[in-house]
Design a protein around this ligand. Sequence first.
Ligand code: SDX
Length: 432
Amino acid sequence: MSNDFAHLHLDNTLYDLPIITGTTGERAIDIRGLLRDTGCITLDSGYMNTGSCQSQITYLDGEKGILRYRGYDIADLAENCLFIEVAYLLLTGELPTLPELEQFKYDMTKYSLVHEDMIHFFDHFPPKASPMSILSTMVGTLHDFYPEMDLDEDPYGGITTTTARLLSKTRTIAAFSYKKNMGHPLIYPRADLSYCANFLHMMFDRPNMPYEIDPVMVSALNKLLILHADHEQNCSTSTVRLVGSAGVRLYPSISAGISALWGPLHGGANAAVMRMLENINADGRDYQKYIDLAKDPNSGYRLTGFGHRVYKTYDPRATIIKKTCHDVLKTQKISDPLLDIALHLEELVSTDDYFIERNLYPNVDFYSGIIYRAMGIPTNMFTVMFALGRLPGWIAHWQEMNLDKESSRIGRPRQVYTGIPDRPFVALADRC
Ligand code: SDX
């Protein structure tokens, strides 16, 4: 793949470092031989400039605002597919044929229950336990209830049993954690409902008040999950790959990814956006106070939902989510003041030099919570929704890492030591 080189001049020696060029022309300097050849490592805190692997799953262009799963544009997938079609695409590399989709739907129904012994776990979480800590715990524990098959035991190429179990049971665990938190009886999955309709059914149906499944909400949820399904080497996906590279099985690797997603700088941002909008609303809509706070380098405050490590233009997912937001609230005749606040905040930010100079635009998390709110999903479940969407992406990357000899080497970054150099030991009696 490499037909040109970067030249490194170090200690009067010239090193030729191969250039690797990706499918769409993006280039990387291959430094895999750097330490061996030069005795030097590189330093790149936060991996701002460092590629961890070569991958065929997702492509994004931060300058042009492009996002494609396995070569398909995100807008086409969000408009035309079921979430489980996109999950199939991410996991196998191809959109399913009708028979393949029917088999996948059957598997998702077949594996939608969780072991009844697992349900007792819910009784022992503290009453206000975070749904994210519950999700991470329960997903990790799936490993003990459902021994995972090795990839070569499980027919890789289709959807493995291990994968179908995880995708379906995680949705059930998420809904059950909400029901337990509400003190409501658990609602079990139905065989006649789609992935998204079943989730809303398990979340909101009640023996005394049957929940009428609204196709508008099902469609909006389907779109949201597709838009969250993968995003190449983000923090949580890199966590799944790193943990998996130590030989950790899929379920505990995903449990680690759930914990990484929880952070307010990552998947926790969708809930943080709602809190920010509610604070602005409660504070007499004093937008400028919050904008000025975010611009103050000493405040440590950020306008959450804005900015992105890769996108230096509008996040293409935010474009679709913003439109879906309008569509859902309009058809449902919902007037949510937080949408008005979000729209006005975006308008003010879009004309402020501080944000313009730093290419800070709304990201995937800025408008998504308003749709979840319209569905009746509580704020503390928003990042769980992100995890449900991202799950097929995490699994696809874990599989890709395991099936690729190069990237399945254990991930072990190096460092530059800046601590105290060598010094003589001091016995306890001599320490003052
Ligand atoms: C997700 O990686 C992915 O793909 C993630 C994700 C996915 O699908 O997996 O897209 C999902 O995590 C989206 C991001 C959700 N997080 C937020 O909305 C939190 C708010 N945003 C930020 O904190 C920030 O923008 C990050 C964390 C998203 C990106 O941080 P970077 O790339 O490390 O950029 P930075 O912190 O170095 O910021 C660069 C400058 C700084 O100012 P200066 O030092 O140059 O003066 O921009 C400023 C920052 O202070 N800045 C912000 C800001 N984000 C960056 N200032 C105010 N408000 C913000 N939101």
